[in-house]
Write a protein of this length. Structure first.
Length: 217
């Protein structure tokens, strides 16, 4: 009977020498390659930055030269009497316009306060089947245009508007419902201030009209 005896043990296996010449040379080569690549990248970036700096420096020199030329022209410029008079006339016109704007600004709170009340009344008395698409408002007249989903919505809306502050003292000059070219049901409403309301209105409320375009309910 044969028996096999394994006399080869792990301690007899060949050991890898990591500090051998070939291993060290390979590591040095890899490190040198990395250093070379990194240095090339930094050199490229530095060259690009330097080139950009040179361009900016040249551009600044050009701008400075232009500034010097303009300053020299300003220094040698002599006032033109006709131009000076024109400037003074413009200043006078601006002063007049500024006074007009200040006067309008003083009246604006009164005008827009009334317009704000109108918008509040329209929002409070809105009709779910009616949409306002545009309106033009002045001291004496108001015009509304829009769309309705049912003919009955329009008279209901008029009845509710007649109860508001904005429409008190106004008469409905024109009110109609019609079909447009697209078969959409449209409405038009115009109001006019009555003679008694005009007499009672304070003079400072006379102001330019306001026009709005868009969709509102």
């Amino acid at each position: 009977m044969k028996s096999n005896i394994n006399l080869y043990q792990s301690r007899f296996a060949p050991r890898i020498d990591y500090l051998s010449f070939s291993s060290v040379s390979l590591a040095i080569g890899v490190v040198a390659l990395i250093v070379l690549i990194t240095g090339s990248i930094y050199h490229y970036l530095a060259s690009s930055a330097e080139a950009e700096y040179v361009k900016l420096l040249e551009r600044n020199r050009t701008h400075q030269s232009q500034i010097d030329e303009l300053q020299a022209e300003v220094t040698n410029w002599k006032a033109d009497p006709a131009l000076i008079k024109k400037v003074e006339d413009i200043k006078l016109d601006l002063s007049k316009q500024r006074r007009v704007l200040e006067e309008l600004a003083a009246r604006a709170p009164l005008r827009f306060k009334g317009f704000s009340i109108l918008l509040d009344d329209l929002a409070d008395k809105h009709e779910s089947d009616l949409w306002i698409e545009s309106m033009a408002v002045s001291e004496t007249n108001m015009t509304f245009n829009g769309q309705v989903s049912s003919p009955q919505a329009f008279p209901r809306w008029l009845q509710r508007l007649s109860e508001t502050t904005s429409f008190r003292g106004r008469s409905f000059a024109a009110a109609r419902v019609y079909m447009d070219q697209d078969d959409a049901l449209k409405f038009e409403l115009s109001t006019r201030r009555t003679a008694s309301a005009k007499a009672a209105a304070p003079a400072q409320q006379n102001a330019p009209g306001l026009t709005l375009q868009g969709g509102a309910q």
